[in-house]
Write a protein that binds this ligand. Structure first.
Ligand SMILES: [Zn+2]
Length: 419
């Protein structure tokens, strides 16, 4: 494939997201039916980012989406991820409610969707949701996904759930005030300690303490700490959010090092006539069948990078992995939260996203030549928005929604109360 010019094909992306919103999703999404709230989030948030949510949907359609989200609200607080577990409020008892539980990530995405759609959250069971949240926290400070039979915390435990719980608390607690001050809060100190304990030796954050650093979990870690820090009144800023601290600087270094010109994929490289270009893709024999007798002379010749091979540089999520569209988001969003976005090569990242993973029918694929999907399409656009791409609204890196939607939250009277 020859390179398409590096232009953001806005009209095609609008068509892609509208197709996802108004027609059936491809069959590959069937297994994700239980993640409907997340798919709805990517779709609606994508159109918001493109600035066409209000012009390409009718007020009746938007009201319909809002009603569907409220239909996913659990009477005892929080939201379910899809309607499949709902057996009707009239049939719900304390004995069977564990089979239709509120879900931590879905609650966060439901609230964000309502904000994007302009709802004032007045029908959200705010008190109940804030009472449910501490019940989801484990003794090590982390959060589960759902409350199972007997009120047992089930699932989760990694940094994703820490981020969604802290984000839900941020949205619903706001700056405090008389209606929330009496509600038992989550254990903020334990959560912050758990998150910071996930920082690995190389500066990145793993899914738990002593795990391999991973950009997705790193984003969730910094998101969680940012949410806590935004609401902290007299608390000390964590060292990983403090410029100059070893924790902060080593994380910046790790994040910046995730930018890579190793794109993977099946396409021929740009400079296919250059000497040794095909050896680059061949796995060293030693990697397949380790042998101490391996002749160093038999190892493949890996040519040094050239101007052409460095034209496109996306991001990976772990050391020695290929670039992937969504990691442009996970790494850039984290660097944005740390105010260090200027350290990456924005031009080459843009070339990668627009020239290699932007799809001809709109949307973005995971890697070179892959079909578009909702997650990579939204995250690809958000990554470009961080870099000021024309035609995209600006985005809050922790909430991962437009600043317009964040301003709507912050304008709600109860949110501002304690400010
Ligand atoms: Zn990805």
């Amino acid at each position: 494939m020859t390179d398409v010019a590096a232009t953001f094909t806005k009209e095609r992306h609008i068509k892609y997201f509208l197709r996802c919103l108004k027609t059936f999703l491809p069959s590959l999404y069937t297994s994700n039916d239980s993640n409907r709230m997340l798919l709805a989030f990517f779709t609606v948030a994508g159109l918001d980012l493109l600035g066409v949510l209000l012009s390409k949907t009718t007020p009746e359609e938007r009201q319909g989406y809002i009603e569907w989200i409220y239909h996913c609200q659990i009477p005892t607080g929080g939201f379910r991820a899809f309607t499949g577990t709902d057996f009707g409020a009239e049939n719900r008892t304390t004995e069977n409610e564990a089979w239709d539980p509120a879900n931590v990530p879905s609650t966060f995405f439901a609230l964000e969707l309502l904000l994007i759609l302009g709802d004032d959250l007045s029908r959200v069971k705010r008190t109940e949701c804030l009472q449910w949240l501490p019940q989801m926290q484990r003794s090590n400070g982390s959060f589960g996904e759902v409350l199972g039979p007997g009120g047992k915390i089930e699932g989760g435990g990694d940094l994703r759930f820490c981020c969604f719980a802290a984000g839900t608390r941020y949205i619903l607690r706001g700056n405090g005030g008389k209606d929330v001050d009496d509600i038992k809060d989550i254990n903020v100190d334990k959560l912050a300690a758990f998150v910071q304990a996930c920082q690995a030796y190389d500066g990145g954050m793993g899914e738990g303490p002593f795990c391999e650093a991973h950009s997705g979990h790193t984003y969730c870690a910094m998101g969680a700490l940012s949410f806590l820090n935004r609401l902290a009144k007299d608390q000390k800023t964590p060292s990983v959010l403090s410029p100059g601290a070893r924790e902060f600087e080593s994380l910046v270094c790790w994040l910046v090092s995730r930018q890579t010109a190793e794109l993977g994929g099946t396409e021929d490289s740009d400079d296919e006539n250059s000497p040794g270009a095909d050896e680059v893709h061949r796995l060293p024999k030693a990697a397949e069948e380790p042998s101490s007798d391996e002749e160093p002379d038999n190892l493949p010749i890996i040519p040094p990078p050239t101007g052409a091979s460095l034209r496109y540089a996306g991001f990976n999520g772990r050391c020695n992995k290929y670039a992937d569209t969504c990691y442009s988001f996970w790494n850039l969003a984290t660097l944005d939260m740390m105010d260090r976005l200027d350290l990456v090569d924005a031009t080459r990242n843009r070339q990668y996203l627009l020239g290699k993973t932007q799809h001809i029918i709109g949307g973005f694929g995971k890697g070179v030549g892959e079909p578009p999907d909702l997650l990579h399409s939204y995250f690809g656009m958000v990554a470009l928005a961080f870099q000021g791409e024309e035609g995209l609204s600006s985005v809050d890196p922790a909430l991962c929604i437009s600043h317009r939607a964040v301003q709507h939250l912050q304008s709600l009277p109860w949110w501002k109360e304690g400010a």
